[in-house]
Design a binder for this molecule. Structure first.
Ligand code: PGA
Length: 268
């Protein structure tokens, strides 16, 4: 795992956006896995800036979102559809046909979820998946006790997640109780996973995810088994990591490490 610790929200947003943008520049038809919530908003603003000022081109990019509330139509202001178009998709040159968000109004949810998995496969799999982390350690809406092999499916939200998300709704009883979410197994198949976390409220789940045991009780801990997982944390979110100094040391020496790993040139 790569653990990148930055000073603040602006810096983690810039770092995350740089990783995504570099990928798109190398592979213009990249398949992105996207997340909602407060955390990726800065990353999306940075991608929008790169699109309008640096010509970052989304024409051939495909996106799949992690999750959606069940029962909210795409037009609902608190649906994740609405969020994604508002925060990113309307502001870049993405082809509407390449955008995939789970349909919270699907009539047959199991069949719909199976089709969502098939669409990811048909697109060639997700190259780079953006993730946040819940205060209960979830990725997507994979709440504690979700199978680490789970696929896209209907999930009942925990009281903690409902309370966390109530800030966006007028009343807590308006927060949907169910969501469609990619599974942990689905997420784990992405080529690269980047998880962003900001604020002291995330310090506990972040420490458990990175330094605790791999457990279905903290589904983000499954990323310990991923070959290319990058955690991008601001200082408060990194506050409970035991090896914080080591991670910063590794990051500072990244260039030297790359040189050390390069093949030794034959002598004269
Ligand atoms: P947040 O949500 O970015 O709004 O903190 C993260 C999550 O629940 O995955």
């Amino acid at each position: 795992m790569e653990i990148i610790i930055k000073d603040d929200f602006a810096a983690i947003s810039a770092e995350g956006a740089k990783i995504v943008a570099d990928y798109i520049r190398r592979k213009p038809d990249a398949v992105l896995g996207l997340a909602t919530g407060s955390t990726p908003i800065g990353l999306y603003q940075e991608l929008i800036r790169m699109h309008s000022h640096e010509g970052l081109d989304f024409q051939q990019v495909t996106t799949f979102n992690l999750d959606e509330y069940v029962g909210l139509p795409a037009t609902h202001k608190l649906s994740y559809h609405y969020f994604m178009w508002e925060q990113l998709l309307s502001h870049i040159n993405i082809n509407r046909d390449n955008v995939h968000l789970p349909d919270g109004m699907a009539a047959d949810i199991p069949a719909y979820c199976k089709g969502y998995e098939e669409a990811i496969q048909a697109a060639g799999g997700i190259d780079i998946q953006v993730l946040g982390i819940g205060t209960d350690g979830h990725i997507g809406f994979n709440e504690p006790s979700s199978s680490l092999g789970s696929r896209t499916r209907l999930k009942t939200l925990t009281r903690e997640t409902i309370a966390d998300n109530a800030r966006f709704f007028e009343r807590a009883d308006q927060v949907p109780r169910y969501a469609i979410t990619m599974g942990v197994g689905t997420i784990m198949e992405a080529g690269t996973c980047i998880l962003l976390a900001s604020g002291a409220g995330k310090a506990d789940p972040v420490a458990k995810a990175i330094e605790g045991p791999v457990t279905a009780m903290i589904t983000a801990s499954a990323l310990q088994l991923h070959q290319d997982a990058i955690f991008i944390l601001d200082k408060p979110a990194a506050g409970k990591l035991q090896l914080q100094e080591y991670y910063e040391w590794v990051y500072q020496n990244k260039d030297n490490r790359a040189r050390a790993a390069a093949p030794i040139q034959a002598g004269p």
